[in-house]
Design a protein around this ligand. Structure first.
Ligand SMILES: *Cc1c(COP(=O)(O)O)cnc(C)c1O
Length: 406
């Protein structure tokens, strides 16, 4: 009964070239045209990774009728990621960028014109400051940096007739100050000023900027959404159709594109974001509380700790914490900070965060770039608490603090 038997699992019928091609064309030509795909053989859990700059159009009319005609705008994996991020952010429009920094700089560029004034929080991610100072100034945009502790009225008092955009980050990079985002967004809107927040700490999950009235919610997906320290990606989300259209147009105008493989990996990370963040947040708080009790530690900067100056705002606005926070060491001999970091065995020394692994850095050289002086009373350190067992992490810190205090 060979003829009637089901083919063994995994066997498939080969797609043959059209008979005219197969018989008349040279092998050179057949090697170019054989093995093309029309549609997908099956549905998988993740989206297909369509690697394509060229998009093959079905007919001549489709060349110019608005059919998706080029791969730079994204294909299946990028669209799947955008849809999932729109769900996460509560957004009607999401755009992807090849890094978090690109998402920030591109969205700032998209909404500003020459002659505009920009207010940027002084605790902003440092490369954004460099972009404002080096690039925006060349295009006739003026920038002022404001104290992250200013309330909405104090902040809007700094806005003039040309102020077009306020950039927020809450908690702030390295120093973790909290801003009253909702009050600032409302006051800015009343003055016709746009707001943009870097929400990388909240990862789109712990804080919902768009629901608090912010115009543009930007995050470095590189951090928690990707979650494995191996992909660069950024996103911009909005509920404002006009702004969304402006960002989409600027992607076209500048030629930004993200790879389908990176979009696939980022979407894969997004699937476990909530579970990972729960654990990062819980372990981070355990380590933060433990550090607060150590004799070498002057202060812990973590808005989820009840004594923190930003705690009330964090409790009001955030559904949880991530694993990133700071702490201040009691002043020691100049070589002790490096001795502390070099004594760590589990915490890697690295600038990024949001992956499954724990990381540590010293921060003081970066604070020198700030406009307003930061007086913390000792060297500032930043930890990213990863998914390791928390007792192993505190043991690692214990040994390094002994070296610091030795
Ligand atoms: C890392 C980071 C960025 C930049 O993300 P990249 O993908 O590395 O460009 C932006 N903002 C914050 C707060 C970050 O920590």
């Amino acid at each position: 009964m060979i003829g009637g038997a089901k083919p063994p699992y995994g066997c498939r019928q080969h797609h043959s070239l059209a008979p005219t091609l197969a018989t008349r064309m040279d092998e050179e030509t057949r090697l170019i045209h054989a093995g093309q795909t029309d549609g997908l053989p099956a549905r998988t859990v993740g989206p297909p990774v369509q690697r394509g700059s060229t998009v093959l159009l079905p007919n001549a009319r489709a060349l110019y009728d608005g059919t998706l005609g080029y791969g730079r705008a994204g294909l299946a994996a990028q669209f799947a990621l955008m849809d999932a991020l729109a769900e996460l952010e509560g957004a009607t429009a999401v755009q992807l960028f090849p890094s978090g920094l690109a998402a920030l700089t591109a969205s700032i560029m998209a909404v500003l014109e020459a002659g505009d004034h920009l207010l940027v929080v002084d605790s902003v991610y440092k490369p954004v400051r460099q972009f404002c100072d080096k690039v925006l100034r060349r295009f006739g945009v003026t920038v002022d940096y404001y104290d992250p502790r200013l309330d909405a009225a104090g902040l809007l008092a700094l806005a003039g007739p040309t102020t077009r955009l306020i950039v927020l980050e809450s908690p702030g990079s390295l120093t973790f100050e909290m801003q009253d985002v909702a009050a600032i967004a409302t006051a800015a809107r009343q003055r016709g000023v746009l707001t943009l927040i870097d929400n990388t700490w909240g990862a789109g999950r712990l804080f919902k900027p768009l629901a608090h009235g912010v115009g543009l919610s930007v995050q470095a997906l590189t951090k928690y959404v990707c979650g494995h320290s191996d992909v660069f990606m950024g996103s911009v989300a909005t509920t404002d159709a006009a702004i969304g259209a402006r960002i989409a147009a600027s992607i076209q105008d500048h030629g930004w594109a993200v790879s389908p493989d990176d979009a696939y990996q980022t979407l894969r990370g997004l699937r476990t974001l909530a579970t990972r963040l729960d654990r990062h947040g819980e372990s981070g708080l355990t380590v933060a509380r433990w550090l607060a009790d150590q004799p070498q530690v002057l202060r812990v900067l973590h808005p989820a700790l009840p004594g923190d100056p930003g705690h009330a705002l964090w409790s009001r606005d955030f559904s949880g914490a991530c694993g990133l926070f700071g702490f201040v060491l009691r002043p020691g001999a100049p070589d002790r900070v490096e001795a502390f970091l070099d004594a760590l065995k589990l915490f890697g020394l690295g600038f990024s965060w949001g992956g499954f692994e724990s990381l540590a850095i010293s921060c003081d050289p970066q604070l020198k770039a700030r406009t307003l002086p930061v007086a913390l009373g000792g060297p500032l350190m930043r930890l990213h608490v990863g998914l390791e067992a928390v007792d192993d992490l505190t043991a690692d810190l214990r040994a390094a603090l002994d070296v610091y205090g030795a």
